[in-house]
Design a protein around this ligand. Sequence first.
Ligand code: B12
Length: 287
Amino acid sequence: MEELLSPKQVARAMGVSESSLKRWCDRGLIPTIRTAGGHRKLPVAAVLSFLRQNCKQLVRPEVLGLPPVCGTGEITFERASDAILAALRVGDADAARRTIFDLYLAGNSAVKLCDNVLANVFHQIGSGWQCGELQVYQERRACEIVLRLLHELNLALPATPPNAPLAIGGTLAGDCYQIPTAMVELVLREQGWQAQSFGSNLPLATWQAALLEQRPQLMWLSVSYIADVELFVEQFQQLAELAQQHKIPLIIGGRELPTEIRKRLTFTAYYDNFTQMLNFTSTLLHR
Ligand code: B12
């Protein structure tokens, strides 16, 4: 996606006249910036926000670097999940992208896309793999496609305010799951955090260094795989103690945190989906 667009490009994409578009810009409905030469430019994320807030559809989304819209924006989460699953099964990245951006442009939040669509798709991929219907390569390819999509959604979000509080997170050593932590980054960014996922499989020592050097206002850990429970609890607790000493709230989630394990851990909050997590993090954000 090109980051800055000319009024002409945006007008073509929306199917309106350039003068209408400029009027909207003059009224401040779409924030613009001026180049050194005095030309008006529109950030893609600002254009997408305007479209989503005003329920306007794109006539030629490809002009903005988006996939051609496949439906009317009235697609349900269930149908979208089926469409994405079918696309991922055969490695059709464009079809998966079309469905996700259809939903996004229809005004659905990134958190809804993660909790209600993509997580569901991956649960089905997991079951498909378990019963031998899907090959490992299909699962891995699906992960690659969705990681790229999450990155694109990140680029489509409005810019984070410069004074936004910092949130960092990822997974501990041995846990190679990339998607849940990439989703936490996306949904916290959408909420207004300056969120940075450090990815998966990071050793304890580097998390400790990150806490001390970055001094975030929030830390998250996503836990999808634990090889050795005793080692995990020991390492987790060391990190949790450090977070507590520096008054950094630690939020956890992920499929591998049943109550028996959680009872042995010290943390600020646990949630089993991102929507609930955001209810809590919004209170931290507005403190
Ligand atoms: C992709 C995948 C992998 C990939 C991941 C690759 C990558 N690049 O990320 C890799 C290759 C690592 C993998 C490996 C294995 N996997 Co796997 N994997 C999956 C799969 C299909 C999707 C995982 C995923 O990303 N889901 C999407 C996320 C978003 O969903 P979620 O985890 O449920 O997250 C939700 C909540 O938990 C919560 N949440 C998550 N994180 C956080 C964080 C915070 C802060 C909060 C608040 C909330 C929160 O909110 C999310 C959204 O609602 C799952 C199926 C499934 N059910 O998820 C199997 C699955 C987890 N894997 C499974 C297995 C068996 C394995 C292996 C053991 C296979 C093997 N024999 O080698 C290995 C484990 C080895 C290891 N060291 O990790 C099983 C686990 C079975 C069990 N123990 O219960 C599953 C369930 C598949 C199945 N149905 O059998 N896997």
